[in-house]
Design a protein. Structure first.
Ligand SMILES: C[S@@+](CC[C@H](N)C(=O)[O-])C[C@H]1O[C@@H](n2cnc3c(N)ncnc32)[C@H](O)[C@@H]1O
Length: 366
């Protein structure tokens, strides 16, 4: 069965990568280039640029980008999902500008180096899951559809949610559900899961949804009681925030001067990380504010923020998924990085890791 995906913030995301004068809400105006230079740069990027789509999905953003790129440009697409990769492989067979990588976008730097690419002109990330993943009950992402409790984007590797829930401790479950789902009843949910699995293993989405609903005491308006727990488990099992942190660091290292980063987030944990990373790279001098340094000795901005864009009312009316989407855009300056890109990504504590799992036990999803 074919499931459709309607791309979110399609035109603004591709404009963000290609348009010389792109600017969302809160964009920093000052550029190192004058208008004519910026136009010439944009023209060269369109003709011969190297771009990355870290979240290929069902070709929505990639198709639009390719339709606007010249014949000598290149597009490297990543996805963890084998079904998305099958679609990407068909596209690459028809369009020689396209290279396909079946892996997490966290591996971007190494994967691009393997293809002889050291610098890129733009990278877009449309985070989270696609509609085909959500709509296909067999993938186990939806608390509304009965299916196996899987939730892996990459069904070829790593433990499923059912595997993890079978032997995680109450404390590990509580931490994951609280940190990644911001669920007030995380402890109660973790205890309910432990009590339930003591009699019968949790194998399906609806079994988990029912178990969670029994532990969540107050319902949020218009929200299923399992929404937060399902979000948390999905983020955890797919290492979504760790992947994002590594990708942001790689983007700072890979983007050529004038190159653009465009990230669409769907929840506050992701958006906060993107926002803080862009802010830290845009104002690295803030970290040195207390040191006795002259103006000329202060570290210079590595990016300038090109602001944020939200979906219009029209887009939201036609595609409910776009309601929570936030697109943030940044442009790399000419300042050399001087250190590891990870220095500009907010530090993150990974929940659910006991000292044993930190040392790499089999339970930690990869
Ligand atoms: C929201 S969809 C992207 C849709 C796409 N932009 C389109 O218009 O068709 C997210 C896609 O990214 C993939 N994905 C999410 N996180 C990923 C990661 N860390 N590495 C690689 N792929 C990822 C998912 O498997 C899914 O196919």
């Amino acid at each position: 069965m074919e499931f459709e995906h309607r791309p979110v913030l399609l035109a603004p995301t591709v404009d963000a990568l290609l348009q010389a004068d792109f600017g969302g809400k809160g964009a920093t105006r000052s550029s190192q280039l004058d208008d004519a230079q910026a136009e010439a740069h944009a023209h060269a990027r369109i003709q011969r640029g190297v771009f990355v789509d870290g979240t290929f999905g069902r070709v929505g953003h990639s198709r639009e980008l390719l339709s606007r790129l010249g014949p000598e440009a290149r597009l490297v697409v990543f996805d963890k999902d084998p079904q998305a990769i099958a679609v990407a492989t068909e596209l690459a067979a028809r369009d020689q500008r396209v290279t396909v990588v079946h892996d997490g976008f966290a591996t971007m730097r190494e994967a691009l180096a393997g293809h002889g690419i050291e610098h890129i002109d733009g990278v877009m990330l449309d985070l989270g899951v696609s509609s085909p993943q959500l709509d296909d009950a067999e993938r186990g992402f939806s608390f509304m559809r009965e299916g196996p409790l899987d939730m892996r984007m990459d069904t070829t590797r790593g433990p499923t949610v059912a595997d993890w829930l079978a032997d995680a401790s109450v404390d590990e479950m509580r931490e994951v559900i609280a940190d990644y789902g911001e669920e007030r009843f995380a402890f109660q949910v973790a205890k309910a899961i432990a009590a339930r699995r003591a009699t019968r293993p949790l194998r399906t989405t609806l079994e988990l949804a029912e178990c969670v609903a029994s532990a969540v005491r107050t319902r949020e308006k218009g929200q299923h009681p399992a929404t937060r727990t399902f979000q948390a488990l999905r983020i955890y099992i797919n290492r979504e925030l760790e992947e994002l942190a590594r990708a942001l660091a790689s983007a700072l290292e890979l983007l050529a001067p004038g190159g653009r980063l465009a990230v669409i987030s769907f929840h506050s944990l992701e958006d906060r990380m993107v926002k803080q990373c862009i802010a830290a790279a845009a104002r690295p001098a803030v970290a040195h504010a207390r040191l006795p340094l002259r103006e000329s000795e202060l570290p210079q901005p590595l990016v300038r923020s090109l602001g944020r864009v939200l979906a219009t009312d029209d887009e939201i009316a036609g595609n409910a998924r776009s309601r929570s989407a936030v697109l943030r855009v940044a442009e790399r300056t000419t300042t050399p990085l001087g250190s590891d890109g990870a220095a500009f990504v907010p530090a993150m504590r990974v929940p659910g890791e006991t000292p044993a799992t930190k040392r790499g036990s089999k339970r930690r999803p990869r």
